[in-house]
Design a protein around this ligand. Structure first.
Ligand SMILES: [Zn+2]
Length: 325
């Protein structure tokens, strides 16, 4: 499971330092690795050449969503991993050209060879341990403390869009590429509570329901996330996505999920839409690898998909009651 030393770079070797913020280190890593790895270069080109259009989604508090038609993402969107399958995040399985930067003791930042957003990296655990957020919170706290405003951090629960649910990982990329980072602060809470760490607000917008956690200091976000996880489920981890970024302090958008894939994923080919909403989609960037889905997608369809994968009315009302208790 070791990287053998040869596949890891240090920020100093790349002429940067974490003290400058996360975006110089991650951006330099992606540029450095892409200069030597054709697969990553092809993935970046596919992302850059993705067809794009914007639609407005939701009735009461509509939000703009950016649609990307990127055929290179098809394998990720239809992935159905099994516990004993070959694991793409085990360091011993990485292609020779893939190189990473250590994040503290346990994580290694690796460029995503099929990126959705600019400077898209995966922070993979050094061991093949299951995807769960709580064990990663100390490392997340370190990353958030190092974060600058250009970096957004992502977490997908194991049943909520994680492409490798059996290998613990976080993700990051350019904050400006995810529409929610410019939208979340404008949404009026339907309910909120002042916690010892900051404000936990329940918000609805763009046909989505989520908890917006805001704190003055990034160090207060991980304990507030832990408090929220306990609010959602006493034991285990409630299905959810997390999107985190620096903005007048720090913001974490936590999307509790009712299901991973919407029912349209399983319809007959004439009506099927291949979409696997994860943190990127919940943050307003929807990847549609197949041309027919790109053609079919419209505001009403996407609103229906978002509503279906978010909490339904009874579950949301129950969460609001617990938030105010
Ligand atoms: Zn693994």
């Amino acid at each position: 499971m070791s990287t053998g030393g040869t596949r890891e770079l240090t920020p100093a070797q790349m002429g940067v330092a974490w003290a400058q913020g996360t975006s110089p280190v991650l951006g330099t890593l992606v540029r450095r690795v892409s200069s030597e790895w054709p697969m990553l270069r092809a993935g970046i080109t596919a992302m850059q050449q993705a067809r794009r259009r914007w639609i407005s989604v939701g009735d009461s508090a509509p939000l703009s969503v950016e649609l990307h038609h990127n055929p290179a993402r098809l394998a990720s969107v239809v992935a159905a991993p099994t516990p004993d399958a070959w694991c793409p995040l085990c360091l011993s399985n990485l292609p020779q050209e893939e190189k990473g930067v250590a994040v503290r003791e346990l994580l290694v930042a690796l460029p995503n060879p099929t990126p959705i957003i600019r400077d898209h990296v995966v922070f993979a655990h050094r061991q093949h341990v299951a995807q769960r957020l709580r064990p990663a919170l100390p490392d997340l706290a370190w990353l958030l403390a190092a974060a600058d405003e250009d970096t957004v951090f992502l977490y997908n629960g194991p049943t909520s869009g994680a492409s490798s649910p059996y290998h613990l990982h976080l993700q990051a990329g350019r904050a400006g590429d995810l529409p929610l980072t410019a939208q979340a602060s404008s949404l009026v809470p339907v309910s909120q509570r002042l916690t010892p760490w900051g404000t936990a607000a329940a918000v609805e917008g763009g046909a989505r329901r989520f908890l917006r956690l805001t704190a003055d200091d990034p160090s207060l976000i991980p304990p507030m996330i832990e408090w929220t996880l306990d609010l959602l489920m006493a034991d285990g981890e409630f299905p959810m996505n997390l999107v985190m970024w620096r903005e007048c302090g720090f913001v974490a958008a936590l999307f509790p999920r009712s299901k991973h894939r919407p029912s349209c994923y399983s319809l007959g080919e004439d009506r099927r839409i291949v979409i696997s909403p994860g943190s990127v989609e919940m943050a307003g960037l929807v990847v549609l690898p197949r041309p027919m889905d790109w053609e079919r997608m419209d505001p009403e369809t996407l609103a229906r998909i978002y509503r279906e994968v978010c909490l339904n009315d009874p579950a949301w009302d129950e969460l609001l009651a617990r938030l105010c208790r």
